[in-house]
Design a protein around this ligand. Structure first.
Ligand SMILES: Nc1nc2c(c(=O)[nH]1)N[C@H]1C(S)=C(S)[C@@H](COP(=O)(O)OP(=O)(O)OC[C@H]3O[C@@H](n4cnc5c(N)ncnc54)[C@H](O)[C@@H]3O)O[C@H]1N2
Ligand code: MOO
Ligand code: MG
Length: 403
């Protein structure tokens, strides 16, 4: 708990947030639907990989010692197709045609690609001088042994893992259960996207931005709106907090006459862990908990809501799921930038990758209400609160939302 009115640092705020993570259980799902989910079991090889000596070039399979004894013309006995039972070379001085993906026929130990062979009336004339044992053969077990761990627990599943899950026959896979999230907007000035706003109204944007940010982590939140009415807020929040693991608010946490949220949450015995952070955007960020429900109450300004979700909720989710969701990244400030207030500043930047270096070009926009500016940029550069001049060439932490 911090005393009223003082701002806590971004670092302290993040520590407190990360102190409130929890697990939500494990569930089994169809592996085909598991992309982006967090694996909660080790995946092992069910067979050696490859499971047999796999022919890796289309050509002819022969005995390399017969070739080394000087033989260059080989009678073709048959064709070893991929997916067919393993054939056996009947006579050492002959050969078999063998297709990529097929089992290497018994009695052979090398494959000569068709490009190095000419075939005339069933005889293969090998046109190279040297052949080595097991050339163009992907040896059984070369990649992985049976029961070897192929994917570690807590891996975030990507299409690469989907392929491995399929290969080992893991049709159903254990993944982390995701928290149930309610995204709640407040404010009588807000109307829905499909409505025509009156001159004094705006369309709700933050809840949709938050919802799409969460969808990136496979979270399907429910969206609610509560008007600036104390009774409404109290009633609705007290029912939502029983049904969700996370309540995520946008708005009504600053000093406005209708910013009822801190007061209502207090009345509902939601424990405030902090309110107001030494940062911009996002200063009035309120964070708390009640029993098993965690409350992220972002300031209503769209850029504040956006960056607070990235800076605090995503690491919270990652730690709750015991994985990395937003790898730590840095970028080089491409121009000098002054920022006088003693606040950590999340500077909006356009990222240009120059010869492998991430160059961050400042495009600060017109403050945390300027949501259109988010669309001109790729991320936020985190400038520390104890400095006011930031020099071209310096490296700072980067939170990127577009790659
Ligand atoms: N006297 C002071 N006034 C303000 C302070 C302060 O310290 N002293 N803090 C400023 C800062 S910093 C911020 S950030 C805002 C945060 O205000 P609230 O969290 O109370 O947000 P609201 O007042 O509800 O709304 C702010 C702004 O954002 C718009 N908004 C709200 N929800 C949405 C939404 N879902 N979609 C789109 N836009 C939304 C709302 O219309 C307001 O324009 O307080 C400053 N004031
Ligand atoms: O703290 Mo606010 O989000 O800068 O306007
Ligand atoms: Mg307000």
């Amino acid at each position: 708990m911090n005393d009223k009115g003082t701002l806590i640092s971004v670092e302290d705020a993040l520590d407190i947030v990360l102190g409130e993570t929890r697990k939500f259980g494990i569930e089994e799902i169809d592996f085909k639907l598991s992309d982006g989910r967090i694996l909660k079991e080790e995946i092992k090889a069910d067979r050696e990989m490859p499971p047999f000596d796999r022919v890796s070039m289309d050509g002819i399979a022969l005995k390399s010692t017969v070739f080394k004894s000087g033989k260059r013309h080989f009678k073709i006995e048959n064709i070893q197709a991929a997916g067919s039972k393993q054939l056996t070379l009947a006579h050492d001085e002959n050969c078999l045609e063998a297709m990529t993906g097929a089992m290497l026929p018994l009695g052979t130990d090398a494959v000569v690609p068709y490009e190095q062979v000419s075939i005339v009336s069933g005889i293969a004339h090998v046109e190279v001088e040297d052949i080595s044992h097991f050339q163009n053969v992907h040896k059984k077990g070369l990649d992985r042994q049976k029961n070897e761990v192929l994917i570690a627990k807590n891996t975030k599943i990507s299409p690469a893992e989907i392929g491995v899950l399929a290969t080992v026959g893991k049709a159903v896979v254990k993944v982390a259960v995701l928290p149930k999230v309610a995204i709640i907007s407040t404010g009588d000035e807000l109307v829905d996207v499909d409505q025509i706003p009156a001159p004094f109204q705006i369309r709700k944007s933050n809840v949709h931005t938050l919802d799409s940010l969460l969808k990136r982590f496979k979270l399907n939140a429910d969206i609610f709106h509560i008007s600036d009415d104390k009774e409404q807020l109290r009633k609705k929040i007290s029912s939502l907090l029983k049904a969700y693991d996370v309540l995520m608010f946008s708005g009504a946490v600053s000093k406005g006459k209708f910013d009822y949220l801190p007061e209502i949450l207090d009345e509902l015995d939601v424990q405030k862990l902090f309110h107001k952070v030494r940062q911009r955007p996002g200063k009035p960020f309120w964070f708390g908990k009640k029993d098993e429900t965690t409350f992220f109450a972002y300031p209503g300004n769209p850029v504040s809501t956006f960056v607070s979700c990235l800076k605090y909720f995503v690491p919270w989710l990652a730690k709750s799921l015991e994985t990395d969701l937003q790898h730590e990244s840095f970028a080089i400030l491409a121009e000098d930038f002054p920022f006088l207030p003693e606040l950590t500043y999340f500077l909006q930047v356009k990222i240009v990758n120059t010869e492998g270096k991430l160059m961050a070009f400042p495009k600060a926009g017109n403050g945390s209400g300027d949501l259109a500016n988010l669309s001109r940029n790729d991320g936020f550069l985190e400038l520390p609160s104890h400095r006011t001049e930031f020099k071209k060439g310096e490296v700072f932490p980067l939170i990127q939302y577009r790659y």
